[in-house]
Design a protein around this ligand. Structure first.
Ligand code: NAI
Ligand code: PHE
Length: 456
């Protein structure tokens, strides 16, 4: 794995537990640091019992500054890896990445930080919010880094669009599957989470029960558990996406009702499944569904034997015509190459980063290509945000979290807010993606001059 996992190898060989890169997008400055902060025999399952995230955990801790870390990359001939990471941070205007590694468990925790401005004065332990996602060790490290950085950038915009006082980040964990009984690995993750000052919720590769185990043993900086006051975040996210699809239909067809419309849902997981339930129960549309996991497809068909549901094979999704396509699985599925063959009126789903882009500029360019094909699309961070809204409600109010208040918040932002975004973008002759970026970016990058048409 030397070639595909260069950071893992570097940290293993240098005996590093921590490696961090920070970037200041205003000056372009990049700073690397590293450390040996705990000994290999750490009893991670005892996190919060015998030690906390502030404890001194090594007999002889060591720390390395910028030049020493650069030399580590040079000595291994992996400078291109460092350069690539720096290039990605610059392209996305990110703040940096903190890597924590426990080599005895072969697990790496990456906190991909995009922005903190909305959170620095919120008076809480967490100043950023973003999900926690696991990638199997077979995924090349660079893919994990790219995914984490893209998701972190989306989280900054998501949190601003959701009107919550937190910056954006995303945590990616590079590890084999972690059973919920594996308190050593989970204790390590909880330690890293608390140290990183964000609140989180389980994303792909982790189950909602992760939150329950964390609460029982380690930390409250996680939300969306089955035992939590609002339950898993997939259900509110599905409701927000459902409202956004209806707003898109109203904008596109002059009628928010979806009866008779063909809606194709890719992915029947925590979000896709409750979304299809809403579409069946409330809209009676003609559903097409696709999932690589046949058991979830069967579960849907068994739950709604009378509904109009067609199953589409995963490979055929992008060639299947439909009025509305709701991607609710992985991101990065639409690049320049796919656009000419898409036969949809509307693309609105939950999947993060549907467009294969590494920066806001690339994303806006692809959104324009979709618009030129007559497809109504808006970057999903405008509407797949009810998960983090639920997380916010739970994180800030604990047991007092209120479903009614949450659902009113979702209706305001994902229903009325989305329709407003579409109409305003139309009025200004922009794609909804570009308009949404222009509107929110001055809150995240206050030093950027807003374009004149946005100053109103
Ligand atoms: P999940 O892991 O529960 O479900 C994903 C589903 O997609 C699974 O059933 C999986 O089998 C299926 N799938 C994977 N590859 C596929 C393929 N090639 N074709 C068809 N189906 C495929 O994930 P979840 O939570 O439902 O999230 C879905 C998307 O929505 C992700 O991109 C996630 O980041 C995003 N999202 C989720 C939120 C949440 O609250 N759960 C909040 C906002 C965004
Ligand atoms: N995972 C959610 C998303 O991708 C965000 C989230 C963050 C949910 C924090 C709960 C808590 O939008």
């Amino acid at each position: 794995m030397k070639k595909t996992h260069p950071i893992r190898e570097l940290m293993n060989e240098e005996g590093l537990t921590s490696l961090s890169v920070s970037h200041d997008w205003r000056t372009g400055r990049v700073c690397w640091r590293a450390g040996y902060e705990w000994d290999g025999s750490m009893p991670w399952s005892a996190y919060q019992k015998t030690f906390t995230f502030e404890s001194c955990l090594a007999e002889s801790p060591r720390f390395y500054g910028h030049e020493a870390v650069l030399e580590m990359f040079r000595a291994r001939g992996i400078e291109p890896v460092r350069e690539k990471i720096e290039e990605l941070l610059k392209a996305g205007r990110h703040q940096g990445i903190d890597f924590y590694r426990e080599s005895s468990l072969d697990i790496t925790f990456m906190n991909n930080m995009h922005a903190n401005i909305l959170g620095i004065k919120n008076g809480r332990h967490a100043i950023r919010a973003g999900g926690i996602r696991r990638h199997p060790l077979s995924d090349p490290e660079l893919e994990v880094i790219v995914d984490g950085l893209n998701l972190a950038r989306a989280m900054s915009f998501k949190n601003a669009a959701a009107e919550i006082p937190f910056g954006g980040c995303k945590c990616t964990v590079h590890s084999e599957e972690i059973p919920l009984t594996d308190l050593a690995r989970l204790g390590f993750l909880a330690y890293c989470l608390d140290r990183s000052r964000f609140f989180t919720g389980p994303d792909m590769g982790f189950l909602p029960e992760l939150s329950d185990v964390f609460h029982d043993h380690f930390t409250d900086n996680i939300t969306g558990g089955k035992k939590g006051p609002l339950g898993p975040t997939g259900t509110p996210t599905a409701y927000g996406v459902y409202l956004a699809i209806k707003a898109a239909a109203e904008f596109r067809y002059g009628d928010a009702h979806l009866r008779g419309k063909k809606v194709l849902v890719q992915g029947l997981g925590a979000v896709g499944f409750p979304l299809t339930e809403l579409l069946i129960k409330k809209e009676r549309c003609s559903l097409m569904v696709s999932d690589v996991d046949e058991t979830v497809v069967k579960r849907l068909l068994d739950a709604f034997p009378e509904a109009d549901i067609t199953v589409v094979s995963p490979e055929a999704v992008l060639d299947t015509p439909a009025e509305i396509f709701a991607p609710c699985a992985m991101g990065g599925i639409i690049s320049e190459a796919e656009i000419p063959r898409l036969q949809y009126d509307i693309i609105f789903g939950s999947a993060n980063n549907v467009l294969a882009a590494h920066s806001q500029e690339e994303e806006i360019a692809l959104a324009k290509r979709l618009a030129a094909r007559g497809i109504l699309y808006q970057v999903e961070w405008v509407h797949n945000i009810a998960g983090v809204m639920a997380g916010y409600e739970e994180y800030t109010r604990g047991k007092e979290a209120d479903r009614k208040r949450l659902y009113a918040h979702i209706e305001r932002v994902c229903g009325e807010g989305v329709l407003r975004n579409l109409k305003e973008a139309g009025r200004l002759g922009m794609t909804p993606t570009e308009y949404a970026y222009r509107k929110i970016e001055s809150r995240i990058y206050p030093d950027l001059t807003p374009s004149p048409e946005m100053v109103r």
